[in-house]
Design a protein around this ligand. Structure first.
Ligand code: ATP
Ligand code: FE2
Length: 325
């Protein structure tokens, strides 16, 4: 089965081809800003609209596959920016009508998780999902039904990094700017640490760190912020690991690209004697390969795709409800 898959819930437009569960192409183009602004929804939608056709043609060419050889389409139906989701939905619906193909609506967050099973051969891990819109500790019952063990009570870790970056004058996305700045720090600043049971809160930490901008260097603020934010995450992750007795842990989502966070998880996993399964960078941030793999996973589980007229988008969509179409 050849799957042509599309991602575009937030900053990244991506097209991938998955052949019998094997990723053969994964192309992407991301919206970024030089100025300290966040994502402007209209600009993101325009970005995707102007790149989707070229990405699709390139993906088919690179995989040496024609549209006639595609068996099914897959697209990220949510959660995400409404305007961006509409662009993906229109594009994929048009393709499905033109080529008489069915389509799989995929929950973006579920895709961030399940890709680890296929790429890193995870069997039944605890997933630490950290991205622009999400910070969750999750396991999958029967590899299909998400159970959330802990999450942020307010903003996601990626969003917190992006907000702090904006305050410090960096462009979007901000996570990498904060990571690079933190490496040059020469002082540790104490900041608020907020863990409530299995949940976390990052809003107060962002406010606190932002207020330091006239007193401390950007580098020291970035470093202090990362150390506190990541330590909070490790604390709840460790508790979830103890509780679930999982022997594998996966770090996924865009913030998983952070080398300091990876290092902290590596040493925690070593201390606990469990496996930390690492994904290649191209599968951590948003990508269409994960959407294609999720569709393949659905196919293996006997889940039927939709007709073009049944296609939908859900800007707000809890991961526990990812099979409610
Ligand atoms: P979601 O999965 O919640 O919809 P998303 O679609 O916004 O998230 P992802 O690509 O999964 O997108 O994650 C993007 C986030 O990852 C941004 O907040 C960005 O700042 C952050 N990020 C990217 N690289 C790094 C890094 N090196 N260190 C920390 N954060 C990073
Ligand atoms: Fe994402």
């Amino acid at each position: 089965m050849n799957i042509l898959a599309f991602e575009g819930t937030a900053h990244t437009a991506s097209v991938a081809i998955v052949k019998k569960g094997k990723i053969v192409t994964n192309l992407k183009h991301s919206y970024t800003t030089q100025q300290p602004t966040g994502m402007v929804p209209r600009e993101v939608a325009e970005h995707h609209a102007s790149h989707l056709k070229d990405l699709t043609l390139q993906a088919l060419k690179q995989a040496n596959v024609s549209m006639r050889e595609i068996d099914v389409l897959a697209y990220s139906a949510g959660p995400g920016l409404g305007a961006a989701l509409q662009v993906i939905n229109s594009f994929v619906t048009a393709l499905s009508i033109k080529h008489n193909l069915l389509l799989y609506p995929i929950h973006h967050s579920f895709a961030h998780l399940i890709v680890a099973n296929y790429i890193a051969k995870a069997k039944d891990p605890l997933y630490i999902y950290v991205s622009g819109g999400n910070t969750q500790l999750i396991m999958l019952k029967d590899n299909l039904h998400p159970v959330v063990y802990g999450e942020t009570e307010d903003i996601a870790l990626g969003n917190a990094l992006d907000k702090l970056a904006r305050e410090l004058g960096y462009g979007f996305p901000g996570g990498k700017h904060i990571e690079d700045a933190a490496k040059k720090a020469d002082k540790f600043i104490e900041m608020p640490y907020t863990v409530k049971g299995m949940d976390l809160s990052y809003a107060g930490l962002v406010t606190f760190a932002s207020k330091l901008k006239d007193k401390e260097t950007k580098e020291n603020i970035a470093y202090g912020f990362q150390e506190h934010a990541f330590a909070m995450l490790m604390e709840v992750a460790e508790r979830a690991l103890a509780y679930t007795e999982k022997e594998e842990v996966v770090l996924t989502g865009g913030v998983a690209l952070n080398s300091r966070l990876q290092e902290m998880l590596k040493s925690m996993a070593e201390e606990r004697g469990i496996k930390y399964l690492k994904l290649e960078p191209q599968y951590l941030g948003d990508n269409a390969a994960m959407i294609g793999v999720a569709a393949w996973h659905f196919h293996l589980h006997g889940i039927e795709p939709l007709k073009s007229e049944e296609a939908f988008t859900k800007p707000r969509w809890r991961i526990e409800k990812h099979l409610e179409w």
